[in-house]
Design a protein. Structure first.
Lengths: 288, 288, 382
């Protein structure tokens, strides 16, 4: 059947965006151990920053993208500094952090909507007139290949960072046991700050790329985030490559679900998968 | 005066929702973010039975409760396997799944087109078509809810719930079947939300799925967090404040094109500030 | 004890404040006569936040422009438009209606979107208040012999052109791809119903819905392609339409695509580029029209806002004009007078060509087929 290759490609395309969100999210979760829902808003921040510089001010698209990523990282860093750090100093439970992050998500989305209106915007049309490549009767565009490539590069980069650098070891140590890491002398606040920067920057990049492929609107963050969370859980929270696998698995299940059932049930299918995994394999497919 | 009555009706309905959620989150410590699903089931049960079968409102309330009890037993059972933030995520999932059903099961719910013409309740020939009489009805239900909740939480059953909240393992060690307790309160909570939904459907006389999205569950959660977890009066207070918030903001006089976004922003900020500085809410005693 | 007292005092203060504020204005449904200046209080329940916020913003621009024009035409009228965010939900609509009725007073209400129009209709009928629906396409809104009107054509009327086109081209295999909200679902249901009821020689070979936040239609389109249709009907909003067209092109779908009025949006091309070429749709609002009122509207709108109007702005504009005109001519909230004025539009040049109301307050006007050629919306030559 010649549709199978296209279905597979569709799944991979879907998985590519989820993968980036999962990577950033996983990184943060592995150190602070709470579900930071505000993370979703950072994808929108990245997308809109790029929009502002490239569409409103007319700057070069690559510069705008870089700025989008940086600003997202910066804002994520600042939110951590002023909100989450303070909360964890008060020994707040992970549920409190979740609710606070919910507040962050709502507030950031509202600010974006105030500044840019709720209208759906398109990022640079220059890159959106993309070439289409055909692989075994399946079509994929240039932007989608870029998304795929970026995601894999980031995943590889993260894996290397975590495994081979001193910073990476510190991150893993904090993930294992935060108190012990502090005792041992690791400056956990500084490491976590940087993790937030990196993770948020990745979210920003995901937002930008999603924007280039599709478009941006202020509420884009939450649904992307939830999918990223599902991907992380499938793959095993805290596990870099697990998140990657989870993202593609989610992409597959969604698309095959649409194929077999229908498009309106897409969200229900995705969350059904989440619940199945939470029930039977809450640690994900791959142990950390 | 009419407007005040309208607001009071909404406050009554949301106070019921708040109290119902508080039983699960505040008293038992389970971070459930799916109350809108049960709210929706009650609403649709009433809508379908009243418009389709001409059933009496009060009977439809009972029917709604029955359906909700069955569903919440299943959902509660599945969710009971999770702890803390995973519980929250799983509950997100159920909210979205049930919303999908309401939206896509078009032959039953008419999907996004909604169900119009839901009649007001009638009892022995008296029809509650005047808003004032409807308000009286709502107050009666709300008072019953409050009394039920008061009774449950002050009883020995309630004490076990609090024990589960503080340390579930310890409670289990002491011989309490924590699963039964958690399920029971979850079902009671869902049933109350269902009644609130029935009232809501009959009041607005038109129902569509858009009311029962994840954001609504988050709103209900905010009511009880603001008011104070494990405080029933707090839930009522929280409902009053959050329903009247748009009115209060009106006094501040934002330009109308950003007023709505400003409201969202204030609301998100409120969540963050509450978590940071007063996680026990205005009159609560328990911090998440 | 102290806590309870604080609590009761706080509640009393809040409630008292609200009561004071709104008794200043009192309960009002009806026109105030203030000397020889008549004040018209028109409420506009539009979505200003959430995913439908864009429609509200656009409609508001149309309403404001209409208001200014009406104020110039009727200088002794003080036209006040109060906007309330409806959130595009029934509760939001009811909230806004109640608020406006009791604070600024209401002589008429404009409601945007089917969910809001439906919920408010129950109230406006009770209050015998003029209600003007805009971008509300659901068939359910139709009700005879009362003051509920709308500017949006019924979906079934809209589809007549489309179906005639299908029959003329002898299309027999139809694929439907629709946004699963009040708008898209109305179209899809109506299409299927018409085909069923009139026993048309068209079979629906694919019927795929998608959600509001959908952006990846590839698998849906793949299913459509597999079903081998000879025409594809799409109904969504601009972001959806654009991605659908782009992805259909990527997948090599060459079947004729038809759509509805919402596709006529210049923003379509930002994403779709020339993937939109060839789409045929039913238009209500012809930007190149030789209908003078339409040209005037587009010109005034552009002068005022420096952007071209879309269908939401157009409906807001026309809805407001009709409403204000009716209230201006009738000395009080006189239902019979209003109905008569709405039935006879001879002294008004509606922006939509051949616009008039049928006996249910639903509009009928010239709908025609247009197509997209080289990034332009042009009339379909036949």
């Amino acid at each position: 059947m010649e549709i199978i290759p296209q279905l597979i490609v569709n799944s991979i395309i879907a998985g590519a965006i989820y993968m980036m969100i999962a990577l950033g999210f996983n990184l943060i979760f592995s150190t602070v151990k709470f579900f930071d829902l505000g993370f979703g808003a950072l994808a929108a921040v990245g997308g809109y920053t790029t929009f502002y510089f490239s569409n409103r001010l007319g700057w070069n698209i690559f510069v705008a993208v870089a700025l989008g990523v940086l600003v997202a990282g910066l804002i994520g860093f600042l939110i951590n500094k002023f909100v989450y750090t303070r909360l964890s100093k008060n020994k707040a439970s992970s549920m409190v952090m979740l609710v606070a992050s919910l507040g962050v998500l709502t507030a950031v989305q509202a600010v974006i909507a105030m500044l840019f209106t709720s209208q759906f915007q398109v990022l640079s049309s220059v890159l959106s007139a993309t070439k289409v490549y055909n692989i075994y009767t399946a079509a994929i565009t240039e932007i989608q290949l870029i998304i795929l490539a970026s995601g894999l590069i980031i995943a590889a980069g993260l894996a290397l960072l975590l495994k081979w650098t001193k910073f990476g070891r510190a991150v893993r140590a904090i993930g294992d046991d935060r108190e012990v890491s502090e005792i041992v002398g690791i400056d956990t606040r500084k490491v976590i700050g940087r993790i937030f920067f990196i993770g948020s920057a990745i979210a920003g990049l995901a937002g930008v790329l999603f924007g280039l492929d599709t478009g941006i609107e202020p509420t884009m963050g939450l649904s992307l985030l939830l999918k990223g969370v599902i991907a992380s859980i499938i793959g095993g929270v805290g596990n870099v490559w697990g998140g990657v696998a989870g993202a593609f698995i989610l992409g597959f299940v969604e698309n095959f679900g649409i194929w077999k059932i229908s498009g309106e049930w897409k969200d229900a299918i995705a969350f059904g998968v989440l619940i199945v995994f939470l029930l039977f394999r809450p640690n994900g497919l791959f142990r950390k | 005066m009419e407007y005040l009555i309208h607001l009071a009706i909404l406050v009554g309905i949301y106070a019921m929702l708040g109290i119902s959620l508080n039983l699960v989150v505040g008293f038992t410590g389970l971070l459930s973010i799916t109350q809108a699903a049960f709210y929706g089931i009650g609403g649709y049960a009433t809508a379908i039975l009243l418009t389709g079968l001409g059933m009496n409102f009060f009977l439809s309330v009972i029917a709604g409760i029955v359906i909700t009890v069955i569903l919440s037993l299943i959902i509660g059972f599945v969710l009971s396997r999770f702890r803390g933030d995973f519980f929250a995520l799983g509950s997100f999932g159920f909210n979205i799944i049930i919303y999908s059903v309401l939206l896509n099961w078009q032959s039953l719910t008419r999907g996004p087109l909604g169900i119009p013409g839901i009649p007001r309740p009638s009892l022995f020939g008296y029809v509650f078509s005047e808003n004032l009489s409807f308000l009286v009805l709502v107050i009666v239900f709300a008072a019953l809810t409050y009394l039920l909740a008061h009774f449950v939480t002050r009883s020995s059953f309630g004490r076990v719930l609090k024990a589960i909240r503080e340390d579930e393992e310890a409670a289990a060690v002491f011989g309490y079947n924590t699963l039964v307790y958690k399920l029971t309160i979850f079902v009671i909570s869902a049933a109350i939300a269902s009644v609130a939904g029935s009232l809501f459907a009959s009041y607005i006389t038109f129902i569509d799925p858009s009311t029962f999205v994840l954001n609504e569950s988050i709103f209900i959660l905010s009511i009880i967090i603001l008011g104070g977890l494990s405080s029933l009066r707090g839930s009522v207070l929280g409902a009053i404040i959050l329903i009247l918030l748009p009115e209060i903001l009106r006094f501040v006089g934002f330009p109308s094109d950003i007023a709505a976004q400003m409201r969202q922003f204030v609301y998100g900020l409120l969540l963050v500030i509450l978590m940071m500085y007063r996680p026990q809410g205005l009159v609560g005693e328990y911090k998440l | 004890m102290k806590n309870t007292i604080i609590w009761i005092v706080a509640a009393a203060v809040i409630l008292g404040g609200i009561w004071l504020y709104q008794t200043k204005n009192g309960d009002q449904v009806g026109t105030l006569e203030n000397g020889d200046q008549k004040t018209l209080n028109i409420g506009a329940l539009l979505p200003f936040s959430g995913p439908a916020a864009f429609y509200g913003d656009q409609a508001r621009m149309g309403v404001e422009l209409a208001k200014e024009e009406m104020a110039a035409t009727y200088p002794n009228l003080n036209i006040v438009v109060s906007y309330e965010d409806s959130f595009f939900t029934p509760k939001g609509g009811v909230d806004g209606y109640n608020k406006l009725k009791n604070t600024s007073g209401l002589d008429a209400v404009i409601t945007g979107g089917s969910p809001v129009s439906m919920a408010v209709a129950a109230l406006s009928k009770q209050d015998d208040l003029l209600q003007m629906g805009i971008f509300s396409a659901t068939d359910l809104y139709t009700s005879p012999d009362d003051l509920t009107f709308r500017v949006t054509t019924r979906v079934s009327v809209d589809l007549e052109n489309t179906i005639a086109f299908y029959l003329e081209k002898k299309f027999s295999r139809l694929a439907i791809v629709y946004l699963n909200n009040d708008f898209g679902a109305s179209f899809r249901n109506s299409l299927k119903q018409k085909i069923d009821q009139d026993k048309l020689p068209i079979s629906v070979v694919a019927d795929e819905g998608f959600l509001l936040d959908a952006s990846d239609f590839r698998t849906i389109l793949l299913k459509v392609k597999q079903s081998n249709p000879d025409v594809i009907f799409i109904a969504g909003t601009t972001p959806h339409n654009a991605k659908l067209l782009v992805q259909a092109k990527e997948l090599g779908i060459k079947t004729q695509i038809t759509s509805v009025r919402t596709i006529e949006d210049p923003n379509l091309f930002k994403t779709a580029g020339n993937a939109a070429d060839g789409v045929i749709f039913t238009a209500i609002f012809d930007a190149d029209s030789d209908h003078q009122p339409t040209k005037d509207f587009i010109k005034s709108f552009f002068e005022r806002y420096n952007t071209t109007p879309d269908t939401y702005a157009a409906e807001g504009y026309e809805g407001m004009k009709l409403t204000a005109r009716a209230l201006a001519k009738c000395t009080s909230v006189d239902a019979e007078c209003l109905k008569e004025v709405m039935a006879d539009l001879s002294d008004h040049s509606p922006m939509f060509k051949d616009f008039h109301f049928d006996q249910n307050g639903d509009p009928l006007y010239a709908l025609f087929l247009k197509t997209i050629k080289n990034g332009q919306f042009v009339k379909l030559e036949n």
